[in-house]
Design a protein around this ligand. Sequence first.
Ligand code: PBG
Length: 331
Amino acid sequence: MNASRKFPKTRLRRTRFSPERRSLIEENKLTTDDLIQPIFVKEDLDGIEKIDSLPGINRIGMNALDEEIEKLKNNNIKAIAIFPVISADKKDELGSESINENNLVCEAIRQIKRYADMAVIADVALDPYTSHGHDGVLDETGYVDNDESLEVLIKQAMVLARAGADMIAPSDMMDGRISGIREALEKEKFVNTIILSYAAKYSSKFYGPFRDAVGSSMNIGKGSKDTYQMSVANSDEALHEVRMDLEEGADIVMVKPGMPFLDIIKSVKETFKVPTFAYQVSGEYAMLKAAIENNWLEESVLFESMLSFKRAGADAILTYAANEIASKLNK
Ligand code: PBG
């Protein structure tokens, strides 16, 4: 710090005097280029259906998908992350429906890709498909078996790539998934399919509303994902995870949840200087929305939360508020 920068020679309020001056010294700007909207598509649904724990967000039937994408396009949203809500009778121990190339997500990706210039991100994890709600397959003791899970996850990644997903996003936290998926993609000449790795994904209770949304919360019950997702107590381990995923062939890394882990976003970005995304997860969004709906907080806290991600160094943010924020940015 320059010692000569002292009051009254320096009055930091000078640059805050008017909106014009303030806008000139703004260090971070949020635009629609930063926002990714997660969406839930639901099988056998006619139209849309509210999600109680995610105010303002709906499950979308295939017959309402075009209209939904149209709305996002009109607000200049350029990317979506798509999650399936499949019927309970299609869930099994192995998550078999995940590797059906005509499953709900694959159909939705094809439908979107037929008419819209929208980047589509598709999750690789078995939880929307398993009867037990875990992201992988279980061994006889009920432990999520890493290498058995990889077999299924790699197949799942490939059906998503073939359906036309721009980005394959492994959110399962198995070891070795990135190299396995990268190898399979290369083998089939999917040289331009991005791997967006949920590299530092914590075992967090902030995912609650998401699990309601995809209908996996009943299945997982009181079980936790602590044996594969990271402990919320750790930060060095996040850098270890990110380093490994980059070495294994990830193009973009993600930190999740978002606001409770801004320190991690910052150190990932500073350490690796690679494209880094943040996921403002369902529970974070639900908290903010609940307070806004009760008039306990002003709506602008949503913008404020986005700027916290920008300051931390996130290149893009997955947030359920993407469309809502975009509609205001465009005004
Ligand atoms: C699937 C997955 C989850 C989320 C994204 N992909 C849930 C989980 O790991 O239990 C959470 C997203 C959110 O809470 O918004 N593995």
